[in-house]
Design a protein around this ligand. Sequence first.
Ligand code: GLY
Ligand code: MN
Ligand code: MN
Length: 426
Amino acid sequence: MISEKEYKARRERLAKKLSKNSVAVVFSGEFKTRSNDTEYPFRQNSNFYYLSGFTEDNAALLFVKRKKKVQTILFVEKKDEKKELWSGKRVGEIEAKKLFLVDKVCTMNDFSSKLKESLEDKNSLYYDFNLQYNKVKTLKRYSKKIAHYKNIALLVHEMRLIKSKQEIRLIQKAIGITKDAHHSAMALRKNGKYEYELQAEIEYIFKKNGAYSDAYTSIVACGNSANTLHYISNDKPLVDKELILIDAGCEYEGYASDITRSIPVDGKFTSAQKELYNMVLDVQKKIIKMIQPNVKRSDLHKKSEELLCKGMLKLGILEGKYRKLLKKEKHKKYYPHGIGHWMGLDVHDEAPYKDKKGKEIPLKKGMVLTIEPGIYIDKDDKTVPKKYRGIGIRIEDDILVTSKGYKNLSKKIAKSILEIEFISKT
Ligand code: GLY
Ligand code: MN
Ligand code: MN
């Protein structure tokens, strides 16, 4: 759990960034309708959660800044017995005042009037420009006289780039549960089963361990399906002698994990699969070793392209001169995505990759990113040796940048062929 003190410190850091005579609004998430009277599971707005730790919908945080002094007000839904009978208990304003270290707690019923009042002598209003919520429309109605509109999301995203010790602990916890889920999938007898059965096993382990949601829709892709990068139908049979690409990670107290392993259906890699797998694994290990402060993510990506291109050439997947192949980006046909992304409250964490001047932000202590090289060879690609066709491999770990280098937060998840085959024995 993140302490109340840390949430307060985050709000104070944000408050310092706000301009004088301004108001900032951060809304909670909203339920989304699935179909008549039915809603998708609720997911809190990441920026609101980052600043409050509050998990309810229909809530908002207001920052009112005069000169240097800032008042923080949390708005919560008013308690209502009839409503609570249907959708569960609400914290309410009295309890919220005890739980959260904000200056004031009000109910959402007072939001419009308080907002109007606080906007009277202000010249800037911060809110999240990307939100499509109805509440944002109300906001605009009350703030017609405001001189400057500013995007609060940019300030919060910047803060989210560097993770605190408490955040790293939660990410590590999410990864620990994800480890159990992947190991369970490896150990399961897979012959005669379907991809969705493996998915169910993985997500069962998530929930059983207190991670009530996945961090993204799990990918369980057997054989050629692994060559569809965003394969989520997970509805095909598991076929002996094929590899299954499993990209699955849970969310724990709001924090993501994002892990991919490629494992054999019958517990044994074929020799062609071994050749491809070890090539990708070797690249992944080399890229992880490069991680340290001041290295750029684009350097990591460039190196991964070079190493994979060389590997493809060595295995006869590409033919020709290395320099020319690289220049013509021939490897992109088989490695079309990036080396990785920031990870935190969102699996693709909404933190910036460039600074205000458009310059790439180099790695710094406390950042968390994924490293996920892959190779994808379609079953019908006649230009590639037959033994490699229909194989898709990705190996993905979650890495923390430290003061001197890195810590692989997912290093306990079986990754070498030896480790995977050992666990897979049934
Ligand atoms: N699971 C999404 C990704 O690897 O980026
Ligand atoms: Mn990823
Ligand atoms: Mn992934």
